[in-house]
Design a protein around this ligand. Structure first.
Ligand code: COA
Length: 180
């Protein structure tokens, strides 16, 4: 019973509260990354999320798409630090497989390990529920590809004309990670 409750709580907050205590007592012992928390995205987060989305993508998702993700019960998360949203990620779970639909970090916060931390959490969430984690990425997105490959994703194919682009459409590289 307690185990079930704990699992439920972990679904909402991916965070070790002890770290906050240690950070206060031994400020040098806990890094910034350890104090960021991942929690479920709420509709009140959407203005902040949309600002990050628009700052990052040439063809950003509109509010309606995020709302559809809530409706579809996708796993929608924000990474925050003192009420400030640094990034977000969205995972769709189906039978045996999970799909990363969006992962995005505020431009000023990129390159500090936040994307990696969110992806580690998505992998952890998928463990036991899915055997494979899929995602699509633009071939031009070298930073994201470097992160995914470093985390063990492998290229499994190309989706022709998957993304809108300035001059028509751009292909997507499909990547997959086997989860053990
Ligand atoms: C892709 C993205 C989510 C990565 O998040 P991030 O917080 O910037 O990345 P991290 O700091 O966790 O870096 C993880 C890895 O990415 C790669 N990386 C990050 N910044 C990089 C840079 N400027 N140049 C090259 N590689 C880089 C490195 O492999 C890095 O590994 P390291 O920590 O061992 O150096 C983020 O850059 C982003 O939001 N980009 C815009 C939106 C986007 O393209 N999303 C992905 C759509 S598929």
């Amino acid at each position: 019973m307690f185990g079930m409750m704990l699992e439920k709580i972990k679904d909402f907050v991916v965070y070790d509260a002890d770290r906050e205590f240690y950070a206060k007592v031994f400020p040098d012992s806990v890094g910034r990354k350890d104090l960021m928390r991942l929690r479920k995205m709420r509709s009140s987060d959407l203005p902040g999320v949309l600002a990050i989305e628009r700052a990052n993508y040439q063809f950003p998702w509109g509010e309606d798409i995020f709302k559809d993700c809530f409706k579809a019960n996708y796993s929608c998360w924000v990474c925050e630090e003192s009420d400030n949203i640094l990034g977000y990620c969205i995972l769709a779970m189906a039978v045996g497989e999970a799909h990363v639909l969006n992962i995005c970090v505020a431009p000023a916060e990129q390159g500090q390990g936040i994307g990696r931390k969110m992806m580690e959490n998505l992998i952890e969430m998928s463990r036991g529920r899915a055997e494979t984690l899929f995602l699509e990425v633009r071939p031009s997105n070298a930073v994201a590809i470097a992160l995914y490959e470093d985390m063990g994703f492998n290229e499994i194919g190309i989706r022709k004309g998957y993304y809108p682009a300035k001059n028509g459409r751009e292909d997507a590289i499909m990547l997959a990670l086997e989860i053990f």
